[in-house]
Design a protein around this ligand. Sequence first.
Ligand code: AHR
Length: 647
Amino acid sequence: MRRMLASLMLLVLLPAVSMAATLSADANAVAHEISDTLYGLFFEDINYAADGGLYAELLLNRSFEYQKILNPQRADRYTGWNINALPFQKADWQLMEEGGLHPNNPHYLSVSLQDSGMRMMNQGYCSSALSGGVYVEAGKNYDFSLYLRREDFTGTVTAFIANAGAQPISNSVTFDADAEWKKYTAVLTPEKTADAWLCVTVEGSGRMDVDMLSLMPQDRIGRDWPGGGLRSDLVEALRDLKPAFLRFPGGCVAEGSYYRENAYNWKDTVGPVEQRRENPNTWGGMQTYGLGYYEYFCLAEEIGALPLPVVHAGMLCQARDRQDTDYTPDEVRAYAQDILDLIEFATGDTDTVWGGLRARMGHPAPFDLRYIAIGNENWGTAYFTRYGILRKIVKEKYPDITCIVAAGPVAEGTLIRDSWNQIRTRFPDDVVDEHYYMESNWFLKNTGRYDSYPRTTKVFLGEYAAHEPVQGSRRPNNLHAALCEAAYMTGLERNSDLVIMAAYAPLLAREEKPAWTPDLIWFNEKAVVLTPSYHVQKMFANTVGDQVVESALDDGKLYHVVTRTDTHLQIKVVNMQEEEVPFSMRLSHVPDGEGMVTCLSGTPKHTNSFVKPEKVIPVQNRCAVSGGSAEYVLPASSVTIFEFPLK
Ligand code: AHR
């Protein structure tokens, strides 16, 4: 009995082990080259990814332009602001619509006082107006600025970072003002770490106009870019993904929704930041365009990615469009000039109109622009006609630019089949942008999707993500979803002669009320949480090879791909089973030595959170290779990447 119990306990304690698997590969048996742009990023201002996220501005509605996309109300212009007379005093303020800093930025606050005072407090992007959402850290420096204009005003304007009781927790700075709009700057240094407010008081008599207030941490990236710069922890998270390209600005944001003016007009997003025309964001919030096209090109350069702009095709988001917004052929032709101007902005000489603007903004050298996507998630004959007109005009002036054509928003069915038929007939030399968001198991079942595609027209998997079954309004992701993506990515690599680019989507999401799930990176004002999917993307992008190597695996349950560079043989294996798998590798032309192993494993339903940001993270190990053989045990529910030196 005791012996039986002991063996039962042993059974419980020992991890379940599956049948052994053997992989054979010859490092010199190259199947094909791997696209050198395979893994990149898609950045869209969704889930407060730009304003309230990557863009370093801490103030919400800094210029009183805030507006909702549908049903805009005058009161929206006060979003983020809490404005009061000082205790026991009388003050008047009005939201003005004319005489502002610039026709693109017309609204401002006009304060009238009579020997009295008022106080305006900005809550920042935090959803709770009670605690204040301007997160500041003790001892750090913050760049503050505002524009003022005085009319018969005598008195003072003072700015500081405040607690909920409107008491200063930083130094206070006092400004004079002129009769014309003028920018004033100061450095504010809080003595406490806090969820705070930015507070400006105006005290005296007469009228004072206030606009375009800004507060940004000094330790940001791109402090000298006209938009002001980006949050450094998020930029580092992007840089670590070693992206080959950066797609921007959308997504639906590129196309706009519901009415024409909502479409992303790149010219509204460049030049001095106070002259950029804000635009309601189709995903909620307002686009200040402080992260505009110039800052986007700089960001791509900063993180070593090729820019990949997406412009709309003379039609709005087809899923949302409610009005007759389609451009006529003449309007499409006229609109083509905007696209040509964008290319000139990126690449033109400094003596051209738009190349000159780029130089004045701080980047005389051209950006390395090689691609342009025309349309985001479009389909149907009307789209392909517009695309045809636009790509012809682009190609006539810029024959070296590769045009990317949309294939619609779905993975399967008539719509995408029809798109491919039209594209293969009309634009076979362009790159085709596929988008799909599917349940995790779909990805597992479809790792061979591209094996049978004709090899002629290249594919850009511009948006994809796996999710678990829907829960309420969310589509959750976890380690299981990430492993399904990893399995799918072995298929992308195996087909990387055809699939030349791929990007997970969406990239970023603010903690509160995301417009879209799943997402790759979560953040709030204090922290960044990297999902298991992020770790998969990072592991793959950091070990992308130059060539796919022929390989064979005697196990139908594992997913794998073998690749190489000049210096390393790389083996990627995904084990979806909840059991370990003894794994033998028979490797020709791999010298004796030791390889690096990176492995992400754990309980499939686990994920990372603000409370436990490192619950699922990759670990590193070593694996010896001797006489062409290497042995390893693949953990249950894991993706493992081996890198064996070839010299
Ligand atoms: O990535 C989120 C959205 O998904 C994009 O804006 C759109 O292209 C797609 O529908």
